[in-house]
Design a protein around this ligand. Structure first.
Ligand code: G3I
Ligand code: 9MR
Length: 599
């Protein structure tokens, strides 16, 4: 039975509330309502909370009451918000509702009532609430595959023709050598499109493969049985024992990466058209593509990836592992001989033609790349020369946290922690550094956060790609901390990071396409935009980015004075807040799979 207090729901109240909210929401986003909660699902024993972002028109916050009903309309929870406080970033007044007491699987409706507004939101409690999301986040990479058509039954409704064969790639003047002069044609097919664009970048691929293969090692049993419905031809899955789907998908990109190594061991920074394509289908793209400049960062990320892959794929394909080991060793040697070749696109364009204006993934400090590559090579070969480099580069750990595409030192730290028996002393130092780094965020989750989250309570939490690089990655760090200490607090905070991504946040979006009641629906993604069926599912959007580098381009208009945590537009041209990328999805599934595997 619905309680009597909800008989006071009146159309006029609803209209007034909607009008107030509409005026508050920005030009491109829909009204996601004041109730913010995980829109995908909770596991039965999980902490469950929702946040009400009180409409500005609220006269008396303390008059809010809450009722939760189950699928047959029985009241299962009735109460008042546990806390009323201001969002430390936006200043907005919020209330937290804690309904963790609910345990039964089912569909629920949460009704919020206040004399100034009334709202309802649905949520689900079920076992393995993140299984489907994990699968979709991984299947997103199948859709990103370059040089091949995506076909049924694998495309699951999103088939498209092949594009970018990349079998006729030109060596750019910046990458010319005596053996491969400018204009030499090489073949570099396959791999994944980086993001919303159609280019392929080694630095970002390397970081992505690192997080990917480490996620596999972290939850091997889980991934060994996860079915992705992807084609496995050309991958090592025919080898006995069968290669798990997630390793098959990764191999599609790793084999492309291998083609990016020059004869001398150095690795091209990227394979790209000179300027970004329009929003057209892959098969419609006809621009010439180039491999551009070998760099130290790309070569080291490549070395680390190949060494890690040689270890992980050892049970499946010995020929590949021998090739990857050799590639890694030669790449590392090249980087040692060329330790400071940085990708400086404006400087390169002054010297060489054609001009290249696509993604730079520039990085002028490769200490962390040396550390990661040395660590992976040491884990693979156990050779003394790499051990000495691990020692040499480990000294800067404070600067290695958190890991992002341009700062991969933490990947080495986590690898060492996961193989700590091989090392004496310093794993303890690394563990302390990780826990010390997390502590203030965990503290903020229960002291200042209106979303009960260890992420999103500071202005600096919001930047280009923050949903992944800030929020999901912090959740993954919590999973590592949980594995290392067994302390449930870390598991709970990993869940809280995911709750944030799935809707308990300042904008009310579930930032994964195709999931939740208010999902990101218009990402900056050429594959989605150009597909007759529309947006592809399972992609994580970049997230609120107060730097707003895209403001005013292509009609992108942020409302004036929008708070940092709301600088997000679910609008296709907004590349600075709403793009999707391979490096962002990997942290999402590392988090969802990690949580799914625990429950
Ligand atoms: O390093 C500075 C830091 O010192 C400073 O405090 C901070 C203040 O905002 O900025 C930092 O630089 C940022 C840089 O990323 C490193 O994190 C830049 O502002 C920011 O604009 C830059 O964003 C990158 C963006 O490309 C533009 O270069 C994103 O991380 C990166 O994910 C994104 O990658 C693009 C590719 O180029 C092309 N493909 C799509 C992909 C995703 O949008
Ligand atoms: O589409 C591009 C996206 O993939 C990049 O991340 C972004 C930043 O480098 O740039 C996008 O391209 C835009 C360009 O930078 C400026 N003009 C509008 C382009 C999008 O249509």
């Amino acid at each position: 039975m619905k309680p009597s207090l909800f008989h006071s729901f009146t159309p006029s109240l609803l209209i007034a509330a909607s009008a107030a909210l509409l005026s508050a929401c920005n030009h491109f986003n829909p009204d996601n309502g004041p109730i913010r909660l995980n829109q995908v699902g909770f596991a039965p024993l999980q902490e469950m909370t929702a946040t009400i972002v009180l409409p500005d028109s609220t006269v008396d916050p303390y008059a809010t009451t809450v009722v939760i009903t189950n699928a047959i309309d029985d009241t299962v929870w009735i109460g008042v918000p546990a806390v009323t406080m201001n969002n430390p970033v936006s200043g907005k007044r919020c209330q937290i509702i804690d309904f963790s007491a609910l345990e039964r699987e089912g569909d629920y409706t949460l009704f919020v009532s206040n004399p100034s507004f009334s709202e309802a939101a649905h949520f689900i409690i079920k076992n393995h609430p993140y299984r489907e999301l994990t699968r979709a986040a991984l299947r997103a990479y199948y859709h990103q595959r370059a040089s091949m058509a995506t076909e049924e039954p694998y495309a699951e409704g999103y088939a498209r023709p092949a594009g970018h064969p990349d079998d006729h790639v030109l060596v750019h003047a910046s990458a010319a050598t005596a053996e491969r002069p400018e204009g030499t044609v090489i073949s570099s097919p396959g791999g994944w499109y980086d993001a919303g664009d159609y280019n392929k970048y080694i630095v970002n691929s390397g970081y992505t493969m690192g997080v990917w293969l480490m996620a596999y090692e972290f939850n091997r049993d889980y991934f060994d049985t996860l079915q992705l419905n992807i084609p496995v031809t050309g991958n090592p899955s025919s080898v006995t024992p069968p290669c798990p789907d997630m390793l098959s998908e990764a191999m599609y990109n790793i084999r492309w990466m291998m083609t990016m190594q020059d004869l001398d061991g150095g690795v091209y920074h990227k394979l790209t058209e000179p300027n970004f394509e329009g929003f057209i289908r892959p098969d419609q793209c006809k621009k010439p593509r180039y491999v551009v400049m070998k760099t130290t960062a790309a070569t080291l990320d490549f070395a680390a990836t190949m060494a890690l892959a040689a270890r992980v794929y050892a049970p499946y394909d010995s020929a590949f592992c021998a090739q990857a080991t050799d590639a890694a060793i030669r790449a590392y040697a090249w980087a040692q001989a060329h330790p400071e070749v940085y990708y400086d696109q404006p400087a390169m364009n002054k010297q060489f033609k054609p001009e290249i204006t696509t993604g730079a993934y520039d990085d002028f400090d490769v200490t962390d790349e040396f550390f990661w590559a040395a660590t992976e090579l040491h884990l693979l070969t156990k050779a003394k020369e790499y051990a000495l480099d691990v020692i040499r580069y480990k000294s800067q750990i404070a600067g290695y946290l958190p890991a992002v595409w341009g700062n991969v030192g933490e990947l080495a730290m986590l690898e060492i922690l996961m193989h700590r028996d091989l090392y004496q002393g310093f794993p303890d130092e690394f563990q302390d550094a990780l826990l010390h780094h997390l502590e203030p965020y965990l503290d903020e989750a229960t002291t200042v956060s209106v979303f009960l989250s260890p992420y999103g309570n500071r202005e600096e939490d919001f930047f280009w790609g923050c949903n992944s690089e800030g929020c999901c990655w912090r959740g993954v760090e919590c999973l590592y901390a949980y594995r290392l200490t067994g302390d449930q607090r870390y598991r709970i905070n990993a869940e809280r990071c995911l709750n944030y991504i799935l809707g308990q946040n300042a904008t009310g979006f579930c930032y994964v396409t195709g999931f939740g009641t208010h999902p990101t629906s218009h990402p900056h993604h050429r594959l989605s935009y150009s597909h007759a069926k529309g947006t592809l599912p399972g992609f994580l959007a970049g997230g609120p980015n107060p730097a707003r580098q895209d403001a005013e381009t292509d009609g992108v208009k942020y409302p004036k004075n929008v708070p940092a945590d709301e600088s997000y537009l679910d609008y296709q041209p907004s590349y600075a807040s709403n793009e999707v990328t391979i490096n962002w999805n990997v942290t999402l599934f590392a988090l969802t799979a990690g949580l799914d595997a625990i429950r």
